[in-house]
Write a protein that binds this ligand. Structure first.
Ligand code: ADP
Ligand code: ZN
Length: 301
């Protein structure tokens, strides 16, 4: 089986080809430019390969409601050319195969459920801390869309008592993304995250903000696993700091072994490493085939 996968990021696009076991055979990556330049590269990559389906995990916000006229569109992004862009429709025109479509972070959560750190679980959160902060939610055995889709990067957060940085989210200032994404670290300390030493105060403050949101997520959604990916999480010293801060925040209130004694296995890096997003897109492509098969079966009844 050959399935196409697209991780459509605001910074770069990754396209790949894989199989039903989550194995990626080939992949390419290029910077995200104007869609007039980027989409032909995507289409050229898959042409002649004979993919049976394509899964797309996209930066957003995106429209996920199948009954909406804008289904398959990227909606309100400030990225030139991509606002109100019919990403799914353009792909459908080039490749009339089943297409899976979800947010980049929901895709990554799904990849982790199928082949990564959340296998055999019916719930998990996937959080990326990179240029922005994104949160994918898998609950009760399915990806959560709801009204639009979760936007957990923009939750308001309490302030670290020693942090006077104003935050850089254009909408909210000091939301989680405004305080904790890579560009906020750089703006607060005058250096990029990877240039700051592991024992720098920056990481305690960073862990504080991430832990604030994880605490809310644990209380609100009760996920069975929390997976933290993205460039900033390459700083592996963050993991123990975050686990400790979440434990302190919860103060033994949530009485689950995962939190009381097994936090090392509860808040974890992606089992699929850097491939979580692309494998997730592959998994979306695979389920698009299954969905089509089951809906055509139900049409016959
Ligand atoms: P994107 O979010 O654009 O898809 P990344 O997840 O790589 O890409 O995130 C990029 C952000 O993460 C940048 O702000 C960068 O400074 C930061 N970053 C990347 N690598 C590291 C690192 N090793 N340590 C700390 N910050 C990092
Ligand atoms: Zn915000």
């Amino acid at each position: 089986m050959r399935i196409g996968a697209i991780e459509a990021g605001g910074t770069k696009f990754i396209c790949g080809i894989g199989d039903e076991h989550g194995r990626i055979e080939d992949q390419i990556s290029f910077p995200t430019g104007h869609p007039d330049q980027t989409m032909p590269r995507v289409i050229e990559y898959f042409q002649g390969i004979g993919v049976e389906a394509i899964g797309i995990g996209s930066f957003g916000p995106i429209d996920l409601r199948p009954d909406s006229p804008a289904y398959g569109y990227i909606t309100t992004t400030p990225k030139p050319g991509w606002a109100n862009y019919d990403l799914l429709g353009n792909l459908k025109q080039a490749f009339p195969v089943p297409l899976g479509w979800d947010t980049d972070v929901n895709a990554a959560a799904y990849g982790e459920v199928k082949w990564g750190a959340a296998q055999n679980l019916s719930s998990c959160l996937y959080i990326t801390v990179g240029t922005g902060v994104g949160v994918g939610v898998y609950a009760e055995g399915r990806l959560v869309h709801g009204l639009v889709h979760p936007e957990g990067g923009h939750v308001p957060t309490r302030r670290h008592p020693e942090d006077h940085y104003s935050g850089r989210c254009p909408y909210h200032g000091d939301c989680l993304e405004g305080m904790a994404a890579g560009p906020a670290i750089e703006a607060r300390w005058g250096r990029k995250g990877h240039e700051l030493p592991a024992e720098h105060k920056a990481w305690e403050i960073e862990a504080f903000y991430i832990a604030e949101s994880l605490t809310q997520a644990v209380l609100l959604l009760s996920p069975e696993k929390i997976i933290l990916g993205g460039g900033v999480m390459q700083q592996s010293q963050l993991f123990p700091l975050i686990r400790e801060a979440v434990r302190r925040n919860l103060n033994d209130y949530v009485s689950a072994a995962a939190i009381l004694t097994q936090m090392e296995e509860y808040i974890v890096p992606p089992g699929l490493g850097q491939q979580a997003g692309l494998c997730g897109a592959l998994a979306l492509g695979l389920s698009a085939i299954h969905n089509q098969t089951s809906s055509s079966k139900s049409n016959l009844i």
